[in-house]
Design a binder for this molecule. Structure first.
Ligand SMILES: Nc1ncnc2c1ncn2[C@@H]1O[C@H](COP(=O)(O)OP(=O)(O)OP(=O)(O)O)[C@@H](O)[C@H]1O
Ligand SMILES: [Mg+2]
Length: 460
């Protein structure tokens, strides 16, 4: 071969290589062991701006910090040649023009039986000081969509161990329910009760954006050693960056999905959905989204259904995820945008009312305004008739509550109110339940029948 031919061949080969590299995506380049580096240009609030790293949305990056530390971040947007990143760990120590290394893969979630009994953070790092986790598999943070036509319908009721819910707001296996209340009305406590008493194979708990103190409380007091054995707790308390809180909720859901796909019946508890929405609001606003709905950017209302739709029954009878999400109704405002959006996407809502809690009645469930949208499918007509009857009695009583309280109600004015008055002490007793007490579905139905008809429905 002549020298000229060899040079041409060399050039053609370089050209081919260059073409191939150009067509490769970031992950391919990473697999070849090449690193693409960007430079940190701006850091305002929680938003970082880098240039020179063309990474896909959702890609993990590391930003060099002082003292050889690296700050983990994720690509949340871009504009022209600028890439917007948000940290998933502490930001302090970042310097201008710091190196930004682009990771290839989107966050992956380690899953496996080994997660049972463990408490992890939003990155999957154990918080319980026990040995590292052994993963059986890795799944995506964002989950896999299930064809809605393939989903098993909700046909079986689920025992949650709380009388008022079991009897009056029956929950179906695979249902997604919101627990709506103002602050301090008892959402977390009720969630804790259901954690202990619900008939589920696996319980996945996402503690998102709430107090850090409650994490330990939940693990030690609510779950206890016995409960923890069948549970996985993902904790991303309020002091974690917004992206970490967001990931915490996604990770908990991804773990629940994996257990469901193993054919198990999973109870997913998320405290709270509102804090998840707040995390997305912080992210959306800091990358420049407009605050369109009472301070919330549109992405919040896209994130909520994307999260909630992942729970539910699996395809073709393979396991289920029954999910409870707590929703904070600020100032007890039921029309608050997050509460409103949540009510529209969930299959039911249980409302806790401050008036009832203040009267010392716990759980403070407002039976009149709470709704279970699958009730029709999992109850029989006699049961539904009793539920209706109790709701009517309570509505009649509550309409005359003020008159009754000052002794101005005249008996005989309204037969329904008279009935309600006669039954009221028993109704309160039926609704109230101590944290340490559980009631099965059968016991709850019997108690309801005994309350209204004077005799249990099914032979106990
Ligand atoms: N079933 C119950 N029995 C007795 N007291 C209760 C019960 N549920 C709630 N409480 C009381 O209400 C307080 C607040 O309850 P909890 O923390 O569950 O409310 P929350 O709605 O989760 O509040 P936040 O919005 O602040 O998270 C508890 O500390 C307790 O004193
Ligand atoms: Mg709470």
């Amino acid at each position: 071969m002549s020298n000229i031919a060899a040079a041409q061949w060399d050039e053609a080969r370089s050209l081919r290589l260059a073409m191939r590299l150009r067509d490769m995506d970031a992950s391919r380049i990473d697999a070849l062991g090449m690193v693409r580096e960007g430079v940190l240009r701006r850091a305002v609030g929680l938003t970082l701006e880098a240039t020179g790293c063309s990474a896909p949305l959702g890609a993990r990056c590391s930003v060099e910090s002082t003292g050889g530390r690296w700050v983990d971040a994720e690509v949340v947007g871009f504009a022209g040649d600028r890439t917007f990143l948000m940290p998933t760990s502490d930001l302090s120590g970042l310097l201008p023009n710091a190196r930004v290394l682009t990771g290839s893969s989107r966050g992956e979630v380690a899953v496996g039986e080994g997660l049972l009994g463990r408490v992890i953070d939003s990155d999957g790092v154990p918080l319980d000081g026990r040995p590292p986790l052994r993963a059986e598999d890795f799944v995506g943070l964002a989950g896999v969509q299930i064809n809605p036509l393939m989903r098993e319908p909700i046909t079986r009721s689920l025992d949650v161990g709380v009388r008022a819910i079991n009897a009056l707001l029956p929950i179906g296996r695979g249902q997604r329910i919101g627990l709506f209340a103002g602050s301090g009305v008892g959402k977390s406590t009720l969630l804790g009760m259901m954690t202990r008493y619900t008939a589920a194979d696996v319980i996945v708990v996402g503690l998102i954006g709430e107090r850090g103190r409650e994490v330990r409380d939940f693990v030690e007091s609510t779950l206890g050693a016995e409960g923890l054995r069948r549970s996985v707790v993902v904790a991303a308390p309020a002091d974690r960056p917004p992206l970490a809180r967001l990931h915490g909720a996604l990770r908990a859901t991804a773990i629940a999905e994996w257990f469901r796909d193993q054919g198990l019946h999973v109870l997913l508890l998320m405290d709270s959905l509102t804090r998840f929405a707040h995390a997305q609001r912080e992210i959306g606003l800091s990358v420049g989204e407009p605050p369109t709905t009472r301070g919330y950017p549109p992405s919040v209302f896209a994130r909520l259904p994307a999260l909630v739709e992942r729970a539910g029954n699996g395809a073709d009878g393979r396991g289920s995820i029954t999910a409870f999400y707590t929703v904070l109704t600020e100032g007890d405002d039921q029309q608050e945008p997050i509460a409103d959006a949540a009510r529209a996407i969930l299959d039911g809502h249980i409302v806790l009312t401050r008036r009832i809690a203040d009267a010392g009645l716990y759980p403070a469930i407002d039976v009149e305004v709470s709704v279970s949208r699958v009730m029709q499918d999992i109850t029989d007509p006699a049961w539904r008739a009793r539920i209706r009857r109790l709701k009517q009695l309570m509505a009649a009583y509550n309409a005359q509550r003020d008159l009754i309280a000052i002794g101005a109600y005249q008996r005989g004015n309204d037969p329904l109110v008279d009935d309600a008055l006669a039954l009221w002490p028993q109704i309160l007793q039926f609704l109230g339940q101590d944290v340490a007490e559980s009631a099965t579905v059968e016991e709850s139905r019997n108690a309801l029948a005994r309350l209204l008809d004077g005799e249990p429905e099914i032979a106990p």
